[in-house]
Ligand binder design. Structure first.
Ligand code: DGP
Length: 134
């Protein structure tokens, strides 16, 4: 599959999105872990006692693009980097949540694929029923 699938109506990757700027070092971040595949840093607006983001080094808008277009090596390297980050954040023992937003209904704000790592305290249920339509 390619980035230009006929049913792909989303806009192309914007190289000036905030995470692309962080990757290029144009905007600072509080780095937790970095390797050839990924960069992990603290979220600027934490929603949990520990809230970090992991982003791939290459340009993918979301989980869908990443899993369609990235090589097996990149995908494997990325998720190993997520695991390394979890360990560095000392979340293994007490638990943590991984989350990736794709598109409008999920409220994706930054169109560079990222996985949220949340932990450091009880996180409650995954979905807030007050915001749910069913
Ligand atoms: P999402 O809604 O899944 O697209 O999450 C985007 C996250 O990115 C959100 O939790 C806030 C975070 N964020 C936005 N701008 C910056 C920034 O400049 N620096 C850092 N560290 N995080 C940012």
């Amino acid at each position: 599959m390619s980035k230009n699938m006929p049913n792909d109506t989303r806009s192309p990757y914007d190289p000036d999105n905030i995470f692309a700027k962080i990757l290029r070092g144009e905007i600072p971040c509080k780095e937790i872990y970095a390797d050839d595949y990924a960069l992990c840093f603290h979220d600027v607006n934490p929603q949990a006692p520990v809230h970090a983001l992991v982003i791939p080094r290459n340009a993918y808008r979301s989980f869908s693009d990443f899993t369609t277009d990235a090589s097996n090596e990149e995908i494997c390297g990325f998720f190993r980097a997520v695991k390394q980050s979890v360990q560095l954040l000392n979340l293994e023992e007490d638990g943590y949540r991984l989350l990736a937003n794709h598109g409008e209904h999920a409220g994706q704000e930054v169109d560079h694929f990222h996985v949220h790592i949340c932990g450091g305290g009880s996180l409650g249920k995954l979905i807030n029923k007050n915001n749910s339509s069913s």
